[in-house]
Design a protein around this ligand. Structure first.
Ligand SMILES: *Cc1c(COP(=O)(O)O)cnc(C)c1O
Length: 392
């Protein structure tokens, strides 16, 4: 049996995978078991933010693995303190919680928001509703699935968690109506600044302004899910910076540790002490190897000029895309790019790209690119040349 047959024999079929076995990688090139090379415009859905096996990242992770790989949360480690200091320093948040994934980061945000209202208004107030947006994506656990505003995900697993109300993205009237309808019962509004899985759709500034204004008036917490948009992906450390806003809570994961599992929930002064001893936890949360990877990522991303370069590369790709006749329009910010095609199906083109040695993603009916933030111009050129030929 080959690798794919052996894999499928014993792994649940929860994903639609391509028939490609990746064996190793370097920078923006992945190499398959049969020694074919692929330019990577997906970075493992935005996780390999520094590409494959970045030298400093590998050093940080390997050194940590040789020192101490895990301690549990009975104890402290320096690498965790370094990471937390660095991340809070860079983002301006007061405190963070360590988890292992985007869903876990969002679970923490949901629990935090509910306890904030519970502590302040009491159990009888039942101030526990969280407004989320239609077409959002917040994860695959039962709570984050309940938060996710896409009907396709709301099947099979009934009953879902109560206490989530959906508002249409960019519809201020709908937002105000729901806030009014559930007046006094809402503890938080949770949203992605750019809906990633939903099709790379940015929120409008006026809608974001309305969320913050309305929440401010009512002592409702704002939660920015930056699991996909965070850590430099959009050319700012946080996508919220593009909007000039700072949610009370921001969640990060995907690219934060360069391809090892991590998820964090950041909270500002207003709510950073809500989750007290015993109210939340995660065995692997704060894993030292992940933190070492995270430190390597934060060092690179916060280096002078790095984020400007991400913006420039994003502009460069957009310029190249505008020369392809099959491209209808392009959305997103920085190196988070959604491409709507005129006549061809995104899923078919994703496969065609792969057949021509380019790894890309889809989001709904669009092609999606989340290349490593460290991608070089010659690598972009190679990838765009393949794309151009595929879309001919
Ligand atoms: C990927 C993603 C998640 C879920 O992250 P996991 O690590 O898969 O749990 C949550 N929110 C957003 C915006 C995402 O893009």
């Amino acid at each position: 049996m080959n690798t794919i047959e052996r894999f499928n024999k014993n792994v649940m079929g929860t994903y639609g995978r391509f028939d490609l076995v990746l064996e190793h990688g370097e920078k923006c090139t992945a190499v398959s078991e049969d020694d074919k090379k692929y330019i990577d415009f997906g970075s493992g859905i935005g996780t390999n933010s520094l590409g494959f096996c970045d030298t400093e990242w590998v050093d940080a992770v390997c050194t940590q693995a040789k020192n101490i790989q895990h301690t549990s949360n009975y104890y402290y480690t320096k690498v965790q303190a370094d990471f937390a200091n660095k991340l809070c320093g860079l983002t301006g948040y007061s405190k963070m919680f360590f988890g292992n994934s985007g869903a876990e980061a969002n679970e923490c945000a949901i629990k935090l928001a509910r306890k904030y209202s519970f502590d302040k208004y009491g159990a009888d107030a039942e101030r526990n509703i969280i407004i989320t947006l239609q077409n959002s994506f917040h994860g695959r656990t039962m709570a984050t699935l309940s938060a996710t505003g896409q009907d396709v995900f709301h099947n099979y697993f009934f009953p879902f968690l109560p206490g989530f109300v959906n508002v249409e993205a960019n519809n201020i009237e709908d937002l105000k109506n729901k806030l009014h309808e559930y007046e006094g019962k809402i503890c938080a509004v949770m949203f992605e600044f750019i809906q990633g899985e939903g099709g790379v759709i940015p929120l409008e500034q006026s809608f974001v302004d309305a969320i913050f204004d309305e929440c401010q008036k009512r002592d409702i917490l704002t939660i920015g899910d930056e699991v996909q948009t965070g850590v430099g992906r959009t050319g700012k450390l946080l996508a919220s910076e593009h909007y000039g806003k700072k949610p009370d809570i921001t969640t990060l994961a995907k690219g934060l540790a360069g391809g090892v599992p991590i998820g964090v929930c950041l909270a500002n002064e207003r709510c950073c002490d809500v989750l007290t001893k015993g109210t939340h936890g995660s065995t692997f949360g704060g894993n030292p190897i992940s933190c070492a990877g995270g430190n390597a990522v934060l060092n690179k991303v916060s280096a002078p000029g790095f984020l400007d370069e991400v913006l420039k590369k994003g502009d460069y790709i957009r310029e190249k895309l505008s020369e392809i006749p099959e491209v209808q329009d392009v959305d997103g910010l920085g190196l988070m790019i959604g491409v709507r095609l005129k006549t061809k199906k995104a899923a078919d083109m994703c496969k065609a790209c792969l057949d021509n040695n380019l790894l890309v993603l889809t989001a709904k009916d669009k092609l999606r690119f989340l290349p490593p933030l460290t991608i070089r111009y010659d690598e972009i050129d190679k990838g765009m040349e393949i794309l151009k030929n595929v879309l001919k």
